[in-house]
Design a protein around this ligand. Structure first.
Ligand code: AMP
Ligand code: GLY
Length: 422
């Protein structure tokens, strides 16, 4: 089997690494990939949004399965195009990817499904926001751009003045372009956050092992929001009882309603949840694997990922009995460029990569890297996801940090408390 992975981050390196180990997989390509995917697979110099060239590559190289990493090509409709040309691809249709691509669509589906989530209203005009706030008591609210805003576009506001400022940025100043011309204003919830991911094909739902992301830049969850500074698996916060509640009250009704509404969901359904005192509630849905959650989760997966994704892409997930997992925990520490999540330099030489890979139980997943003249250079803000397994969480953490310590470039840094929440 020949597989094409689309994307270039840490999640995609973890996908390439795992898929390349599966039985019957002869080759894994990654478009465009990074310096790590070039080692565990073979890079193809085509950008993730270049649909025409991706499709012609898949045809000419007789790719048996394409796996899409990031959300943007899914929301743009890559799976519909591939399928229309008889190519097998894992991921939701354009219509179903609106669960991530449009917050207002997502909210409507949850309302129809009776899924617990924050109460909300949708707005297109700034004056309507002003009028709405006048009718409400002052207090915290959350303002969200409707469309994809590259992880930005969510404002947790303490009072109405902040809500108006956020609404103005989007509705009057066009900060996110078309993505912010519709906004959702919702109730502000409180509680710890967890992500639950599952593989879905229309009506079969297979939950993955839990993982916990660390979204803030600095230790103790301080600093600005980022794409994710590290993750560990499993997340003990999600007890069997809570998981059962999440499946029954959230995942099943969502997947069912998507089908009933004519948008059957196939691919990864990623539920971002808040465990409130009134039970788990949905913050958002994503339609792809998490990054960096994929790195610690795939390291624990014992089942044949190529077979699982292939069955899901063919609508035959019901043939899969269950997933097999390594009981041992894993920890992923993201190493970032100086300045991230704001501006940062690229093109700095990274040293110590092979020494880090030699640490027992460790694997260095590349994210923002590129290879040049036998050197590995930084090429993004989140540069590496140093991931390790251990007999217990303390050992997994110690292994991940022992590996991270071997690596450096000018200005490299990482959080030192990944997995302490557990
Ligand atoms: P989202 O992209 O919708 O997951 O939002 C990003 C972050 O904003 C979440 O991880 C939460 O920390 C926060 N957030 C989003 N919606 C709410 C809400 N309704 N109440 C409280 N915090 C929220
Ligand atoms: N780690 C957060 C995300 O993948 O959206």
């Amino acid at each position: 089997m020949k597989i094409l992975v689309i994307g270039q981050g840490g999640r995609e390196h973890a996908l390439v690494w795992k898929l390349a180990q599966c039985e019957g997989v002869e080759k894994v390509y990654c478009a465009p990939g990074n310096a790590g995917t070039a080692i565990d697979g073979e890079n193809v110099n085509i950008q993730a949004d270049d649909l025409g060239r991706l499709m012609s590559f898949a045809k000419h190289n007789e790719i048996d399965l394409t796996v899409v990493g990031p959300e943007a090509p899914l929301v743009a409709g890559i799976t519909d195009e591939f399928r229309a040309h008889g190519l097998k691809i894992f991921g939701p249709s354009k219509a179903a990817a609106r669960l991530e691509g449009s917050k207002s669509f997502c909210k409507e589906i949850m309302k129809k499904a009776g899924v617990p989530t924050a109460a909300y209203k949708t707005f297109k005009r700034f004056e309507e926001v002003e009028a709405y706030l006048e009718s409400q008591d002052d207090g915290p609210l959350v303002v969200k751009a409707d469309g994809l805003a590259a992880g930005k576009g969510v404002y947790v506001c303490r009072n109405h003045a902040q809500v108006l400022a956020a609404a103005e940025l989007m509705l009057k100043r066009d900060l996110y372009g078309v993505a912010g011309r519709t906004i959702v204003i919702e109730e502000c919830m409180d509680g710890p956050e967890v992500s639950i991911l599952c593989i879905v094909d229309g009506d079969v739902i297979i939950p993955l092992e839990t993982a916990q992301d660390h979204k803030r830049a600095h230790d103790g969850d301080r600093g600005p929001n980022t794409g994710g500074m590290g993750a560990y698996s499993p997340a003990p916060l999600v007890t069997e009882e809570i998981m059962d509640q999440i499946i029954r009250q959230i995942l099943v009704p969502t997947v069912h309603t998507m089908r009933v509404e004519g948008n059957p969901f196939s691919g990864v359904l990623y539920a971002g949840l808040m465990l409130t005192k009134n039970g788990p509630k949905v913050l958002e849905y994503n339609v792809r694997f998490g990054d960096p959650e994929a790195q610690p989760v795939f390291m624990r997966l014992k089942s044949d990922l190529a077979q699982v994704l292939s069955l899901a892409a063919s609508g035959r997930l019901c043939e899969l009995e269950s997933l097999e997992w390594d009981d041992r925990p894993t920890v992923c520490v993201v190493m970032a460029a100086e300045g991230y999540p704001e501006d940062y330099k690229k093109g700095l030489e990274i040293s110590g990569l092979s020494e880090a890979d030699d640490v027992p139980g460790a694997k260095v997943f590349h994210a923002g890297t590129t290879a040049k003249d036998m050197k590995v250079l930084t090429a993004g803000g989140r540069v590496l996801g140093v991931t390790a397994i251990g007999d217990n969480l303390a050992e997994a953490k110690a292994n991940a940090y022992a590996a991270a310590e071997k690596i450096s470039w000018q200005g490299s840094w990482y959080r030192t408390d990944i997995s302490d929440k557990a």
